[in-house]
Design a protein around this ligand. Structure first.
Ligand SMILES: Cc1cc2nc3c(=O)[nH]c(=O)nc-3n(C[C@H](O)[C@H](O)[C@H](O)COP(=O)(O)O)c2cc1C
Length: 587
């Protein structure tokens, strides 16, 4: 059965993925062999298994992109509910666990129980495994054993996507046609082994995963065509109509009470436009430069992690859609595809279109500085045109809706904690300071740096003094500090306090932008452009690359319409006096 499925799947996606996959697989594989940062205990792949893996990488990806099990008899709804646990945004415990990777769990278990660990009740639950389902925190189950493949997937000869798409799950059946038995295990450092899962649980889960993939692929086929979508919210609703609760929750979740997320939308509703009349608006020009890159519209894709959760092509959909519409793509440090694969896709698009698309890379400062430094080096070497340093995330988030769904429980430990608290969990660097920018600038070697997640005017001034190219006013879509001021309100406040600042340093906003008129309001107060996060995630989830294109076309139509109705023909003509904010009227 598997071989006929493979054949069907292979034909379906052959043209779009084959060359790409093999090229990128070869590059990933060669990096895997040569990278000096690899653990010394890591063994190179045997040449036979490597060739097999490279040759069949396309097939494995195809398997993911097609329905694989028509009628498994599995309770999909129940599985989806359990699957919610796989949201890694809050998988702080797992990060901590990984930091202790020198503790060789494998040896420990083997020493204690030999190969019969399961008889002693030392199982890892699949719920726990499912928590590690994102690119930066990926566990998989192979033949009852749990492995941490967070680093390995980037070097997987068959491509990273196949692993990331199945992170948190049992991949035994998927890997069988590709790998001789135990290939994966033999090529991982010993500390990657996390433990065993109950074989009965594994069988049930594998069937449920396949059934869920089947359901999603079928549901996507039944959506109304993308050209019938007239607004961004409509596309989001389409995506939510079939995405599993865990994916919808991951994309939509906010910190704590979600005030900032709600405020982001409402910020634009507080303002009214004052159009100027009797102007010739036959020709309008919405083009501008974003992060120094020519852009067809004053919008860009704000970097958002894990697009693959919504669609098997994930960020690659966004690369294709952005290239074909002439807007800039922001790639997240926690993207589900490695930067290398996204840049390979960009190269292909540049060649096909005959023009270079705009692509900028987002980074976080991490506790292990070698990690973000390596990311910056790679981004700069491969020609990313700007770096966005996200500064609103010096610690992780508190998304309680997600934690609740995951069944996370809290601390009941008694104790009078009178000492200062230190060392918060997670990989973000809580010690980050302005001084750290010097090193980043050095690594960037002239590539402009923008701070993402700025709120206060004093920080804009400091960024200017530090020689940065600009700031993005943002509260991270309401996913970090709840009640942080909205990007749009920060921009307005800065404009009122120092109207010339936007001439001295580039300013952008993101958060809650869903209409062309929202874009115009931000431009009026001096923003060069606005970023959108969730709309592009949902658009690619529902319609792949076409969803991204449709989203841009909708915004283009709305921006052009609003410009004409406002009586302006260029972005420079949009002035603060054309926007009245109700809050000010009531003062
Ligand atoms: C699911 C999701 C993942 C995100 N991941 C990142 C990230 O990895 N890095 C980052 O700087 N911002 C990230 N963001 C924030 C976005 O870049 C952007 O600031 C926010 O989504 C804007 O709000 P909007 O979704 O209302 O457009 C993420 C947002 C969402 C919704």
């Amino acid at each position: 059965m598997i071989s006929s499925l493979l054949q069907r799947s292979h034909h379906a996606v052959r043209n779009i993925t084959k060359v790409a996959r093999v090229t990128s697989a070869s590059r990933s594989a060669s990096r895997y062999y040569t990278s000096s940062s690899q653990s010394s205990s890591r063994q190179p792949l045997g040449s036979r298994s490597l060739m097999l893996a490279v040759a069949t990488g396309t097939i494995t990806l195809a398997l993911l992109t097609r329905p694989v099990l028509a009628d498994s008899g599995v309770d999909v709804e129940k599985e989806q509910q359990e699957d919610i646990d796989g949201v890694v945004s809050g998988a702080k415990g797992s990060k901590k666990q990984r930091e202790q990777s020198d503790v060789d769990i494998a040896e420990d278990l083997r020493e204690k129980y030999g190969s019969n660990a399961e008889l002693h009740g030392e199982y890892l639950s699949l719920i726990e495994v499912a928590r590690h389902n994102l690119s930066q925190d990926a566990w998989v189950v192979v033949e009852g054993k749990v492995f941490d493949v967070s680093d390995f997937h980037k070097y997987h000869p068959g491509g990273s996507a196949i692993i990331v798409a199945n992170a948190g799950r049992d991949v035994t059946e998927l890997s069988k046609p590709v790998h001789p038995p135990r290939t994966l295990e033999n090529n991982l450092p010993p500390e990657s082994f996390k433990g065993y899962v109950n074989p009965k649980e594994v069988a049930a889960s594998a069937a449920a995963v396949k059934a869920e993939q089947d359901r999603v692929a079928n549901a996507r086929l039944k959506l109304p065509p993308p050209e019938t979508m007239l607004g961004l919210d409509e596309i989001e609703e389409s995506a939510k109509s079939f995405l599993s609760p865990r994916v919808t929750n991951y994309y939509s979740a906010s910190s704590l009470d979600g005030y900032s997320t709600a405020d982001n939308r409402n910020a634009f509703r507080k303002c009214r436009l004052l159009p100027r009349i009797m102007k010739n608006v036959n020709t309008v020009a919405p083009q501008t430069t974003i992060f120094g890159i020519p852009s067809a519209l004053p919008i860009y894709v704000s970097p958002s992690s894990n697009a693959l959760l919504g669609h098997p092509d994930g960020e690659l959909n966004i690369t294709r859609g952005a290239a074909k519409t002439g807007i800039v793509q922001g790639v997240s440090a926690a993207a589900s595809f490695p930067l290398e694969e996204i840049l390979d896709e960009k190269d292909r698009m540049d060649e096909a279109i005959g023009e270079k698309m705009g692509l900028v890379y987002q980074v976080y400062l991490q506790k292990d500085r070698s990690k973000h430094e390596a990311q910056v080096r790679e981004a700069v070497e491969r020609g990313c045109q700007a770096l966005l340093l996200t500064v609103d995330s010096n610690v992780g988030d508190l998304r309680q809706s997600t934690e609740k769904l995951k069944g996370t429980t809290g601390d009941l430990e008694p104790g009078r904690r009178m000492e200062p608290f230190t060392d918060p969990p997670g990989y973000h660097d809580p010690t980050q300071e302005w001084e750290d920018l010097a090193k980043l600038k050095e690594l960037a070697s002239g590539v402009p740096i923008y701070l993402k997640g700025v709120c206060h005017i004093d920080d804009v001034r400091k960024a200017k003094e530090a020689g940065l190219a600009g700031c993005i006013f943002s509260n991270h879509g309401g996913r970090q500090l709840d009640q942080a001021r909205t990007g749009f309100d920060s921009l307005r406040q800065v404009y009122y306090e120092d109207p010339n600042l936007c001439k001295e340093i580039e300013l952008y906003i993101d958060g809650g932008v869903r209409r062309g008129s929202d874009v115009l309001q931000a431009l009026a107060f001096g923003a060069r452009g606005v970023g959108l996060g969730r709309p592009f995630l949902y658009a690619q989830a529902a319609y792949g690359e076409q969803g991204v294109i449709r989203t841009v076309r909708i915004l283009e139509n709305e921006i052009l319409n609003a410009m004409r109705l406002m009586g302006v023909t260029t972005i420079e003509e949009i002035k603060p006096s054309m926007v009245e904010c109700l809050q000010e009227i009531w003062k």
